[in-house]
Design a binder for this molecule. Structure first.
Ligand SMILES: Nc1nc2c(ncn2[C@@H]2O[C@H](COP(=O)(O)OP(=O)(O)OP(=O)(O)O)[C@@H](O)[C@H]2O)c(=O)[nH]1
Ligand SMILES: [Mg+2]
Length: 444
């Protein structure tokens, strides 16, 4: 299994980085060599391989590592980002509105997998609640209709064709009329032509006459780098809306095909990963790379890196860690980064902490952010500095001033003092490190 093979060799390469006692120039260079080898084996174009390895090496060695993360983590992030970039931009999703039929025309050379893909796509969108239909506009291939009919019956999707018509344009028109109230219509076209030029000519005529919403080029992934030439040739003839790369399950050249297509700038929207109708998936480069590398926790690592890029002023960090923070400090921490605040970062650094603070507490705090902002704005400076002075009448005043309820104000105060108490308890239990002179990296 090819892509798996590529995935596992990339993973092996990264594993060395994980295991290395130090990550220095030599380790990075070895990693880059391993990645090169893995990509070349997957038939990735040499120029692309050199390009990606140069970028990885440059970034891994020259980029400043944000404080709080290790060089190791940074290198992994760079590899992930560069591989993702090299597989193309995140494709623009196909915009589908129920009832407003979308006409998708599938084109591609003989045997690339168009007919299979038409059925797979119909199934894919049917499962997502849409009403798809199929049109067989292949008048060349004997048995083309029977093949599609068998697939369509299996998934219970209506299919149109006309054995009397000699002309695919005629069939397509009739079919579109026939299916006027469907959400998506997939037109399967012929791939059987003496030469590619003729095929492209027919595709052009079809495109001009039928004016589909999207022309989807189906490319066989087993052809590797050749995919680039094909994608270009089709793209020059008719603007290709999207590409579906098939047979990525069994090919040793899948990586080559994907990267070659991505290099043309044409968006890969789907990939076919098997002969069964369910073997189709939307192509999202970042997710694909994550899975290819076999790193389920990659997102976590990237979050960590993003968090590390957040700077917390030293004084604030000290105040937070000692439990001596005011309401304003407290609020600012949440506000600063919305979602991945220094609070969370600090808490995560503390051993055993992940058990002590329910994640939902932090999430809740983030959800309440907007409300809390108005509440805190309605407080006097004195109240913000020393929330202990809050009594019933102050609470009432703040609630009225901020257009919230007394319950909201009380909740905010409760959360605040809970967080403070927690910090203090942790200190007492010596779970919280005391950073004598220096703070840990990332808190400068
Ligand atoms: N392993 C694997 N086989 C596939 C995939 N997609 C299609 N195939 C197989 O490839 C062969 C050709 O597929 P078709 O869908 O008939 O190709 P086509 O482009 O319609 O062919 P023509 O109509 O002759 O141009 C069939 O045997 C399919 O089962 C895939 O993603 N993985
Ligand atoms: Mg076919």
């Amino acid at each position: 299994m090819s892509l798996e093979h590529l995935g596992s060799s990339l993973y092996q390469a990264l594993k060395k980085i994980f295991r290395a006692s130090i990550v220095d120039e030599a380790t990075v260079k070895e990693l880059v060599r391993d990645i090169q080898r893995a990509l070349l084996q997957a038939d990735v174009n040499v120029k692309l391989v050199l390009d990606i390895s140069k970028r990885i090496e440059d970034r891994a060695l020259k980029e400043k590592v944000p404080p709080g993360i290790s060089r190791r983590e940074h290198v992994i992030k760079v590899v992930y980002e560069e591989l993702t970039r090299f597989l193309g931009e995140k494709p623009v999703p196909i915009k589908i509105e129920p009832g407003k039929e979308k006409v998708m025309m599938l084109v591609g050379i003989q045997g690339s997998g168009k007919t299979t893909a038409a059925a797979k796509l119909a199934r894919y969108f049917q499962k997502r609640g849409l009403k798809p239909a199929l049109i067989c506009a292949d008048t060349y291939r004997p048995g083309a209709f029977a093949q599609l009919q068998q697939l369509a019956n299996r998934i219970n999707v209506p299919l149109y064709w006309n054995p009397k018509a000699k002309n695919p344009v005629e069939i397509a028109f009739e079919g579109l009329k026939h299916f006027s109230c469907k959400d998506m219509i997939f037109i399967d076209t012929a791939g059987r032509h003496k030469e590619e030029r003729e095929l492209i000519k027919e595709m052009k005529t079809l495109e001009k006459k039928i004016k589909p919403d999207e022309v989807m080029l189906v490319i066989d992934g087993t052809i590797g780098q050749q995919a680039m030439i094909q994608a270009r040739a089709f793209n020059e003839a008719t603007p290709i809306g999207s590409i579906l790369v098939t047979k990525l399950d069994g090919s040793a050249r899948g990586g080559g095909a994907l990267s070659a297509v991505a290099a043309t700038g044409a968006p890969i929207k789907f990939i076919g990963t098997g002969e069964k109708i369910g073997d189709i998936e939307p192509f999202v480069p970042s997710r694909f790379v994550g899975r290819l590398l076999g790193m389920g926790d990659l997102e976590t690592l990237l979050d960590k890196v993003r968090e590390a890029e957040i700077k917390v002023p030293e004084k604030k960090a000290r105040a937070i860690l000692s439990g001596k923070f005011t309401l304003t400090d407290w609020y600012e921490q949440f506000e600063a980064v919305r979602g991945m605040g220094p609070f969370r970062k600090l808490l995560k650094m503390i051993p055993g902490m992940s058990y002590d603070i329910p994640e939902e507490k932090l999430n809740m705090a983030e959800e309440n952010l907007e409300k809390w902002r108005v509440i805190i704005q309605s407080m006097t400076p004195k109240e913000k500095e020393n929330p202990k002075i809050f009594n019933a009448s102050r609470i009432r005043r703040v609630a009225r001033g901020s257009g919230t309820s007394e319950k909201d104000v009380k909740e905010l105060l409760k959360q605040y003092s809970m967080m403070r108490r927690m910090m203090k308890t942790l200190r007492r239990k010596k779970k919280l490190p005391f950073f004598g002179k220096g703070l840990p990296p990332g808190f400068k």
